[in-house]
Ligand binder design. Structure first.
Ligand code: ZN
Length: 140
């Protein structure tokens, strides 16, 4: 398995507009794209920084995973996303090694990127997302 880089760090927030005052207006990170990911009932904004990105996540439904996360643990870092060359191969390897997968098969995440999540129960409490390489987030 080859991890290229940290694709992004996901941050769960209550109020996207308010949070953008920090990351975008004050820290000056460019706002790369905002989109609604219906499947996860979440609004997403990407802010590139160096070779990686900050991904802000605001729930659009009080029952969505991000809303439940904030309810339990408050706002904050939600997941770390690693970029992998071949997501199917990575999932097979992780499964063989006994790691619990949330997504048995890759699914379509933000910007049409193929992603899969590992269960934090077997990763030391960190929600890890795998993102397949060469899927640059497009502006807009
Ligand atoms: Zn993510």
């Amino acid at each position: 398995m080859h991890i290229g880089k940290i694709a992004h760090i996901g941050v769960a927030v209550n109020d996207m507009q308010n949070t953008l005052r920090l990351y975008h207006e004050t820290l000056g990170l460019p706002l790369h794209g905002q989109e609604l990911l219906e499947s996860d009932r979440v609004k997403i904004a990407f802010l590139p920084v160096g070779d990686t990105e900050i991904e802000l996540l605001e729930a659009t439904d009080p029952e969505s995973p991000v809303a439940r996360f904030i309810e339990k643990r408050g706002e904050g870092i939600h997941h770390i996303a690693f970029e992998v060359d071949d997501i199917e191969k990575a999932l097979t390897r992780l499964r063989e090694q006994g790691f619990r997968l949330i997504d048995e098969h890759p699914r379509t995440g933000a910007s049409g990127v193929r992603v899969a999540f590992l269960h934090p129960k077997t990763t030391g409490g960190v929600l890890i997302e795998l993102c397949e390489k060469n899927a640059k987030h497009q502006p807009g």
